[in-house]
Write a protein that binds this ligand. Structure first.
Ligand code: HAS
Length: 558
């Protein structure tokens, strides 16, 4: 079932990646959407962008994570799960995806991946997307109940580390997804079925960002699990601190969700006080990532020195750079240093107006979700697919080259787009076709970043195709051995041995063990930080009718 999840995820990424260069070329000033052959497939830049965003950011991540984080904790606990239920959730998620895909492909849900109302799409899109998200919540509950069963059978024992991280993450997703669930069930679905007179865009947007920021940690932390638990071993070393790892995940459980208003600094009807509070909480949620940066860097240094690495920076060259799985993940991290720093700048109330809704934002998220997450998942696949199938990784050299090209492509894209953003180039705009003089003047200064962005699209296409060649060649090759023996899960040597008694564990391990209580605190925190904001919006609600995407600005959206 994990294999099905992972392969479906990569099929979605494959289509999404093919559409990516079209966006990059647009930001290089080249409009390929006018091409008659392309027009037969994609009606507009916005349909291309909607498909690209939904497939890469929402579908790929959700399928990959559901497979990865069902498999790891279950294997970690040695648990037997209800396979019928596991298959049910997979098929439910797939049916949701297919339902949502129909209007997307027919240009009836060209809403971009944020589907803000009053832009209105076909009801199938909303229903399909809701079913898809609901399936991920069932996976979350499946894992959490399996862990509760394990706790009952192992009273007084420390939860194994990988299970701990996975359960904390699924708990966080259940807190985070409440916003999206409320938006779908209380706002969007009643509205598209005509059960309400209209929609309040700001309520919908606020509920969306309740989930919308935390979702980035739902994407990121499965990569962190690999960086903490497996990468040190793959690099020839061990995890630096298990208690710190647990603490990091607790910080994410508590603090990932009550920060979403940093996406709404420019929105009316939310007081500056709440905006400032969410800004400080955003700075707080960067701390576990900073802990991760130092901890993983230390683990890598430890590994490299164990392999004979010397000097202040010379040890870096002793890392196993010939291993595509290790290289891809290290490159993902290196780009995430820029992505994280950019995020902290972006979160600042004072700086946000300069870059909000500019090309800076896609620049930021391509070196977070596009590399830290996607490149890590691609690199994990280099061992996970052989592990699941008993097949050998085909063409390891091509796999290695694909990680470098993906990294270089994303860095070029990010530099180009951050730069364009600082020049005031808007995001989500068919700028290559615009004739507005204000754009033309602005763009006179942007030839270099535009060129970087265009080149990045080509580099990423080549890197992506090399990756998919390796992936499909591996999947289509014959099974050669028992994967459990030749490609085991690369567990790092952990500090507390499996089955350790809680009473003998360190203070941090003991105090982070009561995950259910910490989960309750996470719920309380999010209601505290969002409750007053949502209540005020509801008391001031004003409903407007929906409108077709292309009629905005032409009098269609009142
Ligand atoms: Fe973000 C917008 C702030 C992290 C994704 N973000 C977005 C959007 C996306 C996104 C998709 O405050 C666009 C949404 C839209 O369409 O409108 N973001 C942050 C902050 C962080 C952050 C403070 N973002 C992410 C992650 C994402 C992601 C992670 C995806 C996975 N973001 C914002 C804000 C906006 C925003 C504003 C709204 C802007 C607006 O105006 O619309 C932090 O969590 C970042 C903390 C990260 C770090 C970096 C740690 C570095 C590590 C690597 C270490 C390297 C090693 C390698 C060890 C502090 C862990 C060593 C190498 C050797 C060789 C040894």
């Amino acid at each position: 079932v994990t294999q099905y999840y992972i392969v479906t995820a990569f099929l979605a990424l494959f289509i999404g990646v093919l559409i990516g260069p079209l966006q990059a070329l647009n930001y290089a000033g080249i409009n390929v959407y006018d091409n008659p052959i392309l027009k037969a497939l994609l009606k507009s830049y916005y349909q291309g962008l909607s498909l690209h965003g939904v497939l890469n950011a929402l579908v790929f991540t959700q399928f990959f994570i559901s497979g990865w984080l069902l498999y790891l904790p279950v294997r970690d606990m040695g648990a037997r799960i209800n396979m019928g239920f596991a298959w049910f959730t997979y098929w439910m998620m797939t049916v949701g995806l297919l339902l949502a895909a129909i209007p997307l492909l027919l240009n009836k849900a060209t809403l971009l991946y944020t589907f803000y109302p009053p832009m209105e799409g076909h009801w199938l899109f909303y229903v399909g997307a809701t079913i898809m998200v609901a399936a991920s919540l069932l996976v979350a509950l499946h894992v959490i109940f399996t862990w509760i069963g394990w706790k009952k059978a192992h009273v007084g024992q420390v939860t194994p580390l990988v299970t701990y991280m996975s359960v904390a993450l699924w708990m966080m997703w259940l807190v985070a997804s409440l916003g999206l669930v409320a938006e779908a069930l209380l706002v969007l679905i009643p509205w598209v079925f005509g059960l309400t007179r209209g929609v309040d865009p700001l309520i919908a947007k606020t509920l969306f960002w309740w989930t919308g920021h935390a979702i980035v940690y739902f994407w990121l932390l499965p990569a962190y699990i690999s960086w903490y638990a497996f990468l040190p071993k793959q690099a020839g070393g061990r995890i630096v601190s298990e208690p710190l790892t647990r603490l990091t995940f607790v910080m994410f459980l508590l603090n990932s969700t009550p920060v979403g208003i940093h996406h709404q600094y420019a929105d009316p009807n939310i007081s500056n006080t709440w905006k400032l509070i969410h800004m400080f909480l955003t700075f707080l949620v960067a701390i576990p990532s900073l802990l991760t940066a130092f901890s993983i860097a230390a683990a890598l240094e430890d590994a490299a020195r164990a392999r004979g690495g010397k000097g202040l920076v010379g040890w870096i060259f002793k890392l196993p750079w010939n291993d595509p799985s290790v290289t891809g993940q290290i490159l993902a991290m290196i780009s995430f240093i820029g992505g994280g720093a950019g995020g902290i700048i972006t979160a600042s109330f004072a700086f946000s107006p300069v870059i909000h809704n500019t090309a800076w934002i896609p620049g930021h998220f391509h070196i977070t979700v596009g590399t830290a997450v996607t490149l890590s998942f691609m690199s994990i696949a280099f061992w996970l697919i052989p592990h699941l199938t008993g097949k050998r990784l085909a063409a390891p050299k091509i796999a290695l080259a694909s990680t470098w090209l993906w990294f270089v492509g994303m860095m070029l894209f990010a530099i180009g787009m951050h730069w364009e953003g600082l020049l005031g180039v808007p995001r989500r705009a068919l700028i290559s076709a615009t004739a507005l003089p204000i754009y033309k003047e602005g763009y006179m200064h942007s030839q270099i970043p535009m060129a970087l962005t265009g080149i990045s699209g080509v580099v990423l296409l080549v890197g992506g195709l090399m990756f998919f060649y390796t992936l499909f060649a591996t999947l289509l090759s014959p099974r050669v051995d028992d994967a459990e023996v030749t490609t085991p899960i690369p567990y790092s040597d952990v500090i507390s041995p499996a089955g350790q008694n809680l009473s003998t564990a360190s203070t941090v391990v003991r105090s982070t063990e009561p995950l259910l209580a910490l989960w309750a605190v996470a719920f309380a925190l999010v209601f505290l930080m969002y409750g007053p904001v949502v209540l005020k919006l509801v008391s001031n609600a004003s409903l407007v009718p929906g409108c077709d995407f292309f009629s905005i600005g032409a009098g269609g959206c009142k």
